[in-house]
Design a protein around this ligand. Structure first.
Ligand code: C5P
Length: 406
């Protein structure tokens, strides 16, 4: 995902740094709350953190090995420190001790976590936790001013009873609040409580057990829409033809091969769906009589005729139901894109057609970016060229507006 895309969506790849304070016992809860919001989380611990919590706990909740050392040959051959710094879209250090704050204020890079903070271009946030006198000390306050001047976000601390028996400022902000500040509140997301069904990828129409008719749809646009909808709180079902992509976090994927299977899976799962987005590149025709065994060539056979029959139109079938969901289709065209999209809008009886020009170098089938114009009964909305996730986010915002009449 391009760096640019991070301006369009909340951060998904979060590096949680844990330093050596008693509040480290709350860090696993923070990891969990971020994952609940669809984030992928990696954890880095300082040496001091190890006195309060074990790497195993953080590994269990994050689902990934915990990074602890700067110059560990094993770790560097996996995801090395520079790779980790590049991977992160957000770095949040919780708890952040007075010592850690001092070290990053002065640009030290004497362990893995401080090095990462120096090496990353991602957004950085810290949630301080310390004794109230340490918090109030002018040295700490001056260091915090330095962090603020560098756009490092300071979350909290809260006030109250402290582990040391004192009362005052210095308690780490609760994990739920940190997660909600950084990754949004699930209930406030635009698609919370909505169900979206997406078709994606190509179909495979068997000729015999080993051959078939297909196309080179990568599935990337459909998968990006599924990911973006899940990130915005939707319950997402992704009916997917054969592709080389992983199901996005929080999405229920149903694998199919042929158009017939895709239609059956869509109809089976349509109840309760608010929005249906057909992104799949469905074969228009399929072999009339697929052979049970591998077709053999015979001597002297120079030509072969295949009889094909028409496939069902999944999108038009859904749009023609008695009370259909809001329906969105795609029109990939190489010329007269908008005119063709208008014809498709009326022909298939759908609410929106996303027209994309597949002729341009920037909008090719297998590309990571796309340029789309949404055509609907009331007009046209152009979505600027961007990576497919960012296009999906923009599309979902416009679909939400059309749905709510806003
Ligand atoms: O008719 P055409 O293939 O150009 O229409 C493209 C749109 O219709 C896409 O949204 C595609 O997913 C959907 N479609 C479908 N079933 C078909 C053919 C197309 O759902 N058999």
């Amino acid at each position: 995902m391009s760096k640019n895309a991070t301006t369009h969506h909340r951060n998904r790849r979060v590096l949680v740094g844990v330093t050596g304070g008693i509040a480290a016992y709350k860090s696993p809860e923070l990891v969990r709350r971020l994952i609940d919001r669809g984030c992928e989380v990696r954890v880095v611990m300082t040496r001091g953190a190890g006195a309060f919590i074990t790497p195993l706990t953080l590994q269990a909740v994050s689902g990934h090995p915990v990074h602890e050392h700067l110059l560990d040959a094993d770790a560097e051959s996996g995801m090395g420190h520079i790779e980790l710094a590049r991977w992160a879209e957000l770095v949040v250090v919780a708890p952040a001790t007075a010592n850690f704050i001092a070290r990053i204020a002065h640009g030290q890079a004497d362990d893995l976590l401080t090095t990462l903070v120096l090496a990353t271009t991602a957004e950085v946030a810290v949630a301080p936790a310390m004794n109230r006198q340490m918090w109030l000390h002018p040295a700490t306050q001056a260091n915090l001013d330095i962090l603020r001047s560098r756009d490092i976000r300071i979350i909290g601390p809260g006030s109250g009873d402290q582990a040391c028996g004192e009362t005052g400022p210095g308690r780490m902000t609760e994990p739920e609040e940190i997660a909600s500040l950084l990754a949004g509140d699930p209930a406030d997301m635009a698609y919370a409580g909505r169900r979206i069904l997406v078709t994606a990828g190509p179909t495979w129409e068997a000729l015999d057990p080993v051959r078939g008719i297909t196309n080179h749809s990568s599935g990337k646009m459909g998968y990006a829409l599924a990911a973006a909808a899940a990130d915005q709180g939707a319950e997402v079902i992704l009916v997917s033809g054969p592709v080389h992509l992983q199901a996005p976090a929080g999405v229920r994927r149903i694998d199919v091969r042929s158009a017939d299977e895709m239609l059956a899976a869509v109809l089976e799962n349509l109840a309760g769906t608010d929005v249906f987005v057909a992104v799949a590149a469905v074969s228009d025709f399929r072999p009339a009589r697929p052979a049970e065994h591998k077709i053999k060539k015979s001597p002297g056979e120079d030509t072969m005729t295949l009889e094909l029959v028409r496939n069902p139109d999944i999108l038009a079938t859904v749009a023609a139901l008695d009370s259909p969901p809001f329906t969105v289709g795609f029109a990939a065209e190489t010329r007269d894109t908008l005119a063709n999209a208008r014809d498709k809008l009326a022909g298939k009886g759908v609410d929106v057609i996303a027209a994309n020009d597949v002729g341009g170098a920037d909008s090719a089938f297998d590309s990571d970016s796309n340029t789309v114009t949404l055509v609907h009964a009331g007009g046209e909305i152009s979505i600027p060229t961007a990576d497919k996730y960012a296009v999906a986010v923009d599309m979902l915002r416009e679909i939400d507006r059309l749905l709510t009449g806003g």
